[in-house]
Design a protein around this ligand. Structure first.
Ligand SMILES: Nc1ncnc2c1ncn2[C@@H]1O[C@H](COP(=O)(O)OP(=O)(O)OP(=O)(O)O)[C@@H](O)[C@H]1O
Length: 197
């Protein structure tokens, strides 16, 4: 297994959100996290991203506890959270260029993958909710990393944009990349396993 959750438990306040949670994902796998509001989907993504320590258990990458080398884990993943985290005064292209400077990759192909090229020179503050989401997702295309953690990636997207995400996810998986996505909506992820929290 490449990514493994071993007997994870998470407490929020006094309450156990989940416990005894285990799964393993090989290269190219996709896992859908489903379940009611508050079931712990976003929390699990944050644990997998190394942003929140589990109360019990461990997240392993190729057999190593990711907590042992947090910066190495951070470098191998992209986490698209509920927050789109854009700089409102910068243009669409400049927003993406900030991340390209950190991670490498070319801005234009990433914009084109999400049909954002016509909006490249607009300030991010004028984008619609779905356009903002597309800009957040365009970061995935910049430079390959093996693990994508996606929190409700298609919220606010129109049908054409959801369809565009299909080949982006498929290319990532074809390169051996892993996707873990929390969602209430159908995603273009054929053969994904489902973990209902
Ligand atoms: N910072 C926090 N402090 C205390 N409790 C929290 C905190 N963050 C989340 N929780 C609680 O943890 C539980 C799981 O929340 P989480 O956001 O992971 O759910 P979710 O399955 O992603 O929900 P949704 O479908 O609404 O997005 C909820 O009961 C929530 O209230």
């Amino acid at each position: 297994m490449v990514l493994e959750a071993r007997d994870l438990a998470c407490l929020r306040g006094e309450r156990a959100v989940f416990a005894g949670l285990s799964f393993g994902l090989p290269a190219g796998a996709a896992l859908l996290l489903t379940g009611a509001n508050g079931a712990g989907k976003s929390t699990l993504l944050r644990i997998l991203a190394g942003l929140l320590p589990p109360a019990e258990g461990a997240v392993l990458w190729r057999g190593e506890d990711v907590g042992a080398e947090p910066s190495a884990h951070a470098a191998r993943l992209r986490y698209v959270s509920h927050q789109d985290a854009l700089k409102p005064a910068l243009t669409v292209a400049e927003n993406l260029a900030l991340f390209a400077r950190l991670w490498g990759g070319a801005v234009m192909p990433a914009l084109e993958a999400l049909a954002l090229a016509p909006l490249a020179d607009l300030p991010a503050r004028v984008l619609s909710a779905g356009q903002r989401r597309r800009l957040a997702l365009a970061r995935l295309v910049l430079a390959p990393v093996p693990l994508w953690l996606l929190d409700e990636p298609t919220t606010g997207l129109d049908a054409a944009s959801v369809e565009r995400l299909g080949p982006i996810l498929a290319d990532h998986r074809a390169r051996g990349g892993i996707v873990v996505a929390a969602t209430h909506l159908p995603l273009p992820l054929p053969d994904a396993r489902e973990l209902r929290l």
